[in-house]
Design a protein around this ligand. Structure first.
Ligand code: ADP
Ligand code: MG
Length: 389
C-alpha cells in the first residue's frame, strides 16, 4: 500500500526525522490560509498523488507570495498530472501539501528496501539525489552506495556514519545525517515498510539535514497489525480494477498490452507473462484466480480482464491443483455467455480433472474458445490470433 507524501512526512516527524513544516489542503482557500499560517517568504505548493516525478511534470511550485500560492493551488487542484510514474493517463490532483520553502545546499538520495539476493534490508544512498534514481543506478552504478543490515543487530551507528562519509557529507553535519538514517530505519522496521525513500534528502544552507520528499510503501500482508497505516489508504489513488479484483479475493495486475491472462498462482502468472513476451506478444494484464472459485467468480474475473477493451485475446493458463479443470471449463463457458465475448479465448488446462474439463469444452463447441495441449502452444496461438485481430 502507498500513502501520500504529507502522510509519510507526519510519520517521519513522529520519529524525529526532520521535515519541512507543512499542511495538507483540499481547496485554494485552505491553501491560502495554510500559507499565511506558515508565515514564510517562500512556500512550496505540492501536488499529492501516489506517484513521483511531480517536480519535472509541474506538480511542485515554488510560491514567493500568498497571491502566488493561490494561483498555483487553483492551477493544480483538479488537474490531471502526467509524470514519468503515472502512465499516460495521469493522476488527478485532489490534495496539495503547502510547505515551508527550504534553502537547499545539496540534494542526496537515501532509502531502505529489501535486497532479495541477500535477503537483507539494504540502505541505499547516492550523491545524485533529486534525479531519477533508476537512471543513476543503470547508467552510473558506481554512484550508488549500499549498506547491508544484519537483521539481528539492525542498522549500526557506524554504518550510518560510514554512509554519511561516502556521501561526502561534511564532518559538521555527519551526526545529524546519521541520526536521520537511524530514524528512517526505525520507521522502515516498525511500520513493516517494503520501501522507505527520501529523494531528495537535503543538506540545507544553514547545515540542517531534512527529508524534502518521502515515499513509504507498506507490505500489504502486514497491514493487519497497523490499523493506523491502513487508515491512511486513499482508494481514489488505486486502480479501480485492482480494487474490484481484491474484493473478490483475486490478484489483478494491469500491464498495458493486449493479451489478457487468467492463471492460478503467482509463479504461473510470471511464467505466462514471460512466454507471451517470448512469442512477441504484450500481456494486457494477469488475473490470478487462486484456489477454487465458482463459475460466477470466473465470469467476474473475465469481466475485470476485458471490460476496458484493451485485451484483444485471452489466454487461460490453469494448472488444476486445488482448482479443478472441469469447474474452470464450466466457468469459461458461463463467462463467455454472460459477457457475450467476441475475442478469442485460448485455453490450456492441465492437472486435476483435465479429461473432464476438456470434454466439457469440446462438447460446448464455442467458436471463439480454442483449446490447446500445452502452455507453449497456447502462448504462440494467442499471440498469433491477437496480431490478426
Ligand atoms: P517529485 O519527486 O515527485 O518530483 P519532490 O518532492 O522530490 O517531488 O520535489 C521535486 C523538487 O522540488 C525537489 O527535488 C526539490 O528540489 C524541490 N522541492 C520540493 N520540496 C521543497 C521544499 N519544501 N523547499 C524547496 N524545494 C523543494
Ligand atoms: Mg522526490
Amino acid at each position: 500500500m502507498n500513502i501520500h507524501e504529507y502522510q509519510g512526512k507526519e510519520i517521519l516527524r513522529s520519529y524525529g526525522v526532520s521535515v519541512p513544516e507543512g499542511k495538507p489542503v483540499f481547496s485554494a482557500e485552505e491553501a491560502v490560509k495554510a500559507a499565511k499560517d506558515l508565515g514564510k517568504d517562500v512556500v512550496v505548493v505540492k501536488a499529492q498523488i501516489h506517484a513521483g516525478g511531480r517536480g519535472k511534470a509541474g506538480g511542485v511550485k515554488i510560491a514567493k507570495s500568498i497571491a502566488e500560492v493561490e494561483k498555483y493551488a487553483k492551477e493544480l487542484l483538479g488537474k490531471v498530472l502526467v509524470t514519468k510514474q503515472t502512465g499516460p493517463e495521469g493522476k488527478k490532483v485532489n490534495r496539495l501539501l503547502i510547505e515551508a520553502g527550504c534553502k537547499i545546499g545539496r540534494e542526496l538520495y537515501l532509502s531502505f528496501t529489501t535486497d532479495r539476493n541477500t535477503a537483507q534490508t539494504v540502505m541505499i544512498g547516492s550523491e545524485a539525489g533529486g534525479m531519477e534514481i533508476e537512471e543513476v543506478a543503470s547508467s552510473t552504478p558506481d554512484k550508488i552506495i549500499k549498506e547491508y543490515i544484519d537483521p539481528f543487530i539492525g542498522l549500526a551507528p557506524f554504518q550510518a556514519r560510514r554512509m554519511a562519509f561516502k556521501l561526502n557529507i561534511e564532518p559538521a553535519v555527519v551526526n545529524k545525517a546519521a541520526a536521520l538514517m537511524m530514524g528512517l530505519y526505525k520507521v522502515y522496521v516498525d511500520k513493516d515498510c517494503s520501501l522507505a525513500e527520501i529523494n531528495p534528502l537535503v543538506i540545507t544552507e544553514d547545515k540542517n539535514v531534512m527529508a524534502l520528499d518521502v515515499k513509504l510503501n507498506f507490505d500489504d500482508s502486514a497491514l493487519f497489525r497497523h490499523p493506523d497505516i491502513s487508515a491512511l489508504r486513499d482508494e481514489s489513488e488505486e486502480d479501480p480494477k485492482e480494487r474490484e479484483a481484491a474484493a473478490l479475493g483475486l490478484n489483478y495486475v494491469n500491464l498495458g498490452g493486449n493479451v489478457a491472462c487468467m492463471v492460478n498462482g503467482a509463479g504461473l502468472a510470471m511464467a505466462t507473462v514471460d512466454i507471451i513476451k517470448h512469442y512477441g506478444g504484450e500481456p494486457a494484464n494477469f488475473l490470478d484466480v487462486g484456489g477454487q472459485g465458482s463459475a460466477e467468480d470466473d465470469a467476474k474475473a473475465f469481466k475485470i480482464m476485458t471490460e476496458d477493451g484493451q485485451a484483444k485475446g485471452i489466454f487461460v493458463n490453469i494448472f488444476g491443483g486445488i482448482n479443478k479443470c472441469d469447474i474452470i471449463a464450466e466457468g469459461i463457458i458461463e463467462a463467455n455467455k454472460m459477457l457475450s465475448l467476441k475475442i478469442p479465448i485460448v485455453v490450456r488446462l492441465d492437472g486435476t480433472n483435465v479429461k473432464e474439463g476438456r470434454e466439457i469444452l469440446k462438447k460446448a463447441n464455442i467458436p471463439n474458445v480454442i483449446m490447446v495441449e500445452s502452455m507453449t502452444e497456447g502462448a504462440e496461438k494467442v499471440v498469433e490470433l491477437v496480431k490478426k485481430a
